[in-house]
Design a protein around this ligand. Sequence first.
Ligand SMILES: *Cc1c(COP(=O)(O)O)cnc(C)c1O
Length: 375
Amino acid sequence: MATTTDFRADQSLSFTHLPHPAPTSVDVRTGILAAPGFSTQFSDHMVTIEWTEGANGQSGGWHDAVVGPRGPIPLDPAASVLHYAQEIFEGMKAYKHADGTITLFRPDANAARFNASARRLAMPELPEAVFIAAVKAIVQADRDWIPAQDGASLYLRPFMIATEAFLGVRPAKQYKFIIIASPAGNYFKSGTPAVSIWVSQYTRAAPGGTGAAKCGGNYAASLVPTAEAFARGHDQVLFLDAAEHKWVEELGGMNLFFVFADGSILTPPLLGTILPGITRDSLLTLAREDGLTIREERYSIDQWRADAASGALLETFACGTAAVVTPVGTVCEGDTSFTIGSGGPGQVTSRLKERLVAIQRGEMADTHEWVVPVA
Ligand SMILES: *Cc1c(COP(=O)(O)O)cnc(C)c1O
């Protein structure tokens, strides 16, 4: 029997809860959670919410919010997401603290960025309160799926697709918002090895393009450059700017930071071609509190190489929700390469990572109201 929960904050939308007919058995689930691997195992539930344009050109609305068993979704072969890639997504995590409390980290920032992506892709915005209520609803339904091991979490993937069956090129009039969840282990087991990155000749985003939106299309375009980096034995691909092929932008799915001997820390500015990472923003706040001088400035690959050689640059790291903070050890461009610092994780990188992880896991006071309990 379906039960319904009302959420006061979101005007009129309430979630219908459909019971799962055959939830994963405790034994099987315990086995999966004992060795969580990123992205191949999924929890029992999903959230779906529909959007339909109103009659007579009226702006549309969200309806039919459901927390139910996870499963295939019906989709017409003419659904516009399949042809013109009207799709956006978010990536966030639910954590289980030592005392059993379940929390989210800055879900309001994910909700706001989701709507910024929606605007760029001509998709309807989802009220932030509904986005957060939906995330809490799936976390509650799948609370037994949150691994408790050190560094582990339940990875949440909210996304939206255009579902209208229509082959003309225009914004669709029907959309589906979905959240699925996947238990995630510690991205790197003990300690964090420094990664080797490959500077791509391909570009990820051009001025005026979709680089600041979290959309699937950006990732489709990054697969060949990433495969090229892997084929050459590197861990990650680095993209330079599209106009001059000179300025460092970001990795395939992580923002970059540079730590200097003069006590400053630099990250490329948000000028529309890089993704405004929530980890990036959080680390900027922590670094500022640590007394580091913040520089949101463009940084060229040539300056980077020169600074690494002279010792002016001590550390480089990449950051994002999935891997949190990852030190960069070596950088390869064509036939040349250079090493950063000792080639391993640096002191500032390690300290910032430890502080962020401690806040996320409830082991350090959260003075920024970043940690949100799932009631
Ligand atoms: C999601 C993403 C990031 C990191 O963002 P976080 O909010 O820190 O997870 C960085 N770059 C790209 C291209 C991304 O898609």
